[in-house]
Write a protein that binds this ligand. Structure first.
Ligand SMILES: Cc1cc2nc3c(=O)[nH]c(=O)nc-3n(C[C@H](O)[C@H](O)[C@H](O)COP(=O)(O)OP(=O)(O)OC[C@H]3O[C@@H](n4cnc5c(N)ncnc54)[C@H](O)[C@@H]3O)c2cc1C
Length: 404
């Protein structure tokens, strides 16, 4: 008899877990996936391209319906899980139905944070997290629409780019003194700012939003320094919050996310969490690669292997608004580290490698990121780099040629 395994959340982590389980333990579990969104799992990172009009929404599906069917996975999408009874081992859905489980996996991801300021609930103030957000933003944006995007992290920048591409007049405002401060050093961030400005996006740094102004819908955004910008729409992209409320209400240990150990296990036997909703060694990741790594380890454990998840190197390999950007590890450099820098403003490329004790500990690449994954491997493995240090900044091809 197959063991009933219920997964709450039908996003990227859940899809990867099902894929890995199908490869490793087909038939061992009767898998049911509960998804709040009213469609099959899709590739969330393509939402920026959908907004920019580069990819149709239909092309974001991770797997066709037949894939799930052929592997015997029961999909319950369009109905959220509303509660979990750990003692009775069942999950209740918004439609009143219940599913029993022997093993349970939370893969509920995160949601966009809303700004706790006046006017935040006005029509026209939107977030950018799922397909429904993209279609409502896209439906309201046309040539000449005035949009203020709040938040100069990856999502805000992607939203600004997509909207500008659709012909909207976009102002991007950010609280910090540089864009993507968690991924980019000041130099790369200022190159990115110039690239966005060249696309017609106005970028305002060190600006705090104080309220959204409007009667029936948003008409302007006001800042703490007294400035006010007229707006037909505002997109808030100031961060994410793990969806951990149901887990907390059921009695699981939750800090920022659902607390898991190196087995991706919660404090309740047979109950696990992966992806953005999970907190491992104090870290909630906000990228897809750690979610995939967690899904990989959990699938192996559920298939009976004794493997552990030791955390992920925070690495970002992105095409931000048409510009390739890569960052990993300690990209700013701390005491005791040294930076090797190569910059060609004319070509729009910049590279910074951070080294310490004869090993690479971080990197930022802007423009040409082809060597990003190779640098990431050097950081992950802690490989010795002294023997190739003088060529390292020029990339893998030169280092390998010199070593041959
Ligand atoms: C616009 C955008 C661009 C991005 N670009 C990148 C990128 O370039 N690179 C990168 O690494 N990452 C990127 N990310 C982040 C990446 O998409 C996430 O890290 C990844 O999707 C996390 O996977 P997950 O399964 O944990 O969460 P999700 O993919 O969010 O899936 C969670 C699912 O669970 C559902 N759910 C929540 N609560 C319940 C409930 N109670 N019952 C049933 N279902 C529930 C949610 O509706 C959701 O469908 C981007 C994110 C966005 C929004």
């Amino acid at each position: 008899m197959s063991e009933p395994l219920v997964i709450i959340g039908n996003g990227m982590a859940a899809a990867r877990l099902c894929e890995e389980l199908a490869q490793r333990a087909l038939g061992r579990y009767a898998i049911a996936v509960i998804g709040e969104e009213p469609q099959l799992a899709y590739n969330r990172i393509l939402l920026s391209s959908v907004l920019a009009g580069d990819v149709p929404a239909s092309e974001t599906l991770l797997k066709p319906a037949s894939w799930w069917r052929d592997r015997g996975v029961t999909l319950r999408y369009g109905a959220a899980a509303t509660s979990v009874d750990l003692a009775a081992r069942n999950v209740t859905l918004a439609d009143g139905k219940a599913l029993s489980f022997a093993k349970l996996v939370f893969a509920t991801g995160s949601r966009a944070i809303r700004l706790p300021i006046a006017g935040a609930e006005l029509p026209g103030v939107r977030t950018f997290r799922d397909l429904a957000d993209v279609s409502s933003i896209a439906n309201s944006a046309s040539r000449g629409t005035r949009v203020v995007v709040i938040g100069g992290g990856l999502l805000g920048i992607e939203a600004a780019y997509g909207l500008a591409k659709a012909g909207a007049k976009v102002t991007l405002v950010h609280l910090m003194d540089r864009l993507m401060e968690r991924q980019l050093d000041p130099r790369a961030a200022s190159m990115l700012k110039r690239a966005l400005e060249a696309k017609g996006i106005e970028v305002l740094l060190e600006v705090a939003t104080s309220r959204f102004v409007g009667d029936d819908r948003v008409e302007a955004v006001e800042f703490k320094d007294g400035r006010r910008i007229a707006a037909d729409m505002a997109v808030v992209a100031v961060g994410i919050k793990p969806n951990a409320e149901i887990a907390a209400a059921s009695g699981l240990a939750v800090n920022r996310g659902i607390v898991v150990d190196d087995h991706l296990a919660t404090n309740e036997s047979g109950v696990f969490a992966i992806g953005e909703c999970a907190e491992h060694r104090g870290v909630c990741y906000g990228l897809v690669e750690p979610a995939n790594e967690q899904a990989h380890v959990l699938a192996a454990r559920l298939a009976g292997r004794d493997v552990r998840y030791a955390g992920s190197v925070n690495a970002t390999n992105l095409k931000v608004s048409g510009v390739h950007v890569f960052s990993a590890g300690d990209f700013l450099g701390t005491e005791g580290t040294e930076s090797i820098v190569l910059s060609d403003p004319g070509l729009g490329t910049y590279r910074k490698l951070v080294v310490a004790g004869g090993r690479m500990v971080g990197a930022v690449l802007y423009g040409d990121t082809a060597d990003g994954l190779w640098y990431l491997e050097l950081i992950r493995t802690g490989a010795e780099i002294e023997s190739c240090r003088e060529d390292l900044i020029f990339g893998r091809a030169l280092v390998e040629r010199c070593a041959a």
